[in-house]
Design a protein around this ligand. Structure first.
Ligand code: PGA
Length: 244
């Protein structure tokens, strides 16, 4: 099980205390799950220092495909790694929609993350219009294929299925809809990566809360969660982790 918090563009210096509280809760009562927290990039180094020695991994929310260059405002995977990050969220729907990231761009970033030794968490998900038109599985499996370069074959990475309409909305697909989509993603991974494709964690994301986490995390082929809003407070995020 892999449970990752995505703070998005939330969090000032006060967020360090939340990360520290979560790390000490996990120290006191350890969990078998792998736990990650992806704050805004400026907080990565501070969170890494604050939770040093704990089992909490810190990650980024995006990276550039290249290691360095004349790309004003961008950050490379090497820079995230240099700050102490060990994972990175890539292809989140907010970046696909707001920054024009195509599958091809995401695949380039995945290569960058692997080059720098970071674990990529590659996000896919359909819009409400695509679901209503009956095309959700085709859209999502095409994103899985297009966003993964061949270099992931032997790598430690995860997929996060996040229906765009479930993010931040309080809505979630039905358990049957989630299981059907995760099964379709699993088959796509298995046909491309054979045995290794069966082991890649497929996280669910979109309005995961303490109240629904136990149900969502125990569905077939759900290997964890990507949590936005409910990861900002240590108490809420810990409740989700305890539901695993
Ligand atoms: P949410 O966000 O949990 O606030 O819906 C999930 C995400 O965007 O990763």
């Amino acid at each position: 099980m892999l449970i990752v918090g995505n703070w998005k563009m939330y969090g000032l210096a006060g967020g360090v205390g939340e990360a520290r509280a979560l790390a000490s809760a996990l120290d006191t009562a350890p969990t078998a799950a792998r736990i990650g927290l992806c704050p805004p990039a400026l907080l990565i180094a501070r969170l890494v220092a604050a939770v040093a020695g704990s089992k909490l991994s810190i990650g980024g929310q995006d990276c550039h495909a290249l290691s360095e260059g004349a790309y004003t405002g961008d950050l490379s995977a090497e820079m995230l790694g240099d700050a102490g990050a060990t994972l990175v969220i890539l292809g989140h729907s907010e970046r696909r929609a707001g920054h024009g990231e195509t599958d091809q761009i995401v695949a380039g970033k995945v290569n960058g993350a692997l080059r720098a030794g970071l674990m990529p968490i590659v996000c896919v998900g359909e819009t409400l219009e695509q679901r209503q038109a009956g095309g959700a599985e085709a859209v999502v499996t095409a994103q899985v294929v297009g966003s993964l370069p061949d270099s992931v074959a032997e790598a430690d990475f995860a997929i996060a299925y996040e229906p765009v309409w479930a993010i931040g909305s309080g809505l979630t697909p039905t358990p049957a809809e989630i299981e059907a989509m995760h099964a379709a993603i699993r088959e796509t991974l298995a046909s491309r990566f054979s045995g290794a494709g069966r082991k890649i964690p497929i996280l669910y994301g979109g309005s995961v809360k303490p109240a629904n986490a136990a149900e969502l995390l125990h569905l077939n082929e759900v290997g964890g969660a990507l949590v936005g809003g409910a990861s900002l407070k240590a108490k809420d995020f810990e409740a989700i982790i305890r539901a695993a």
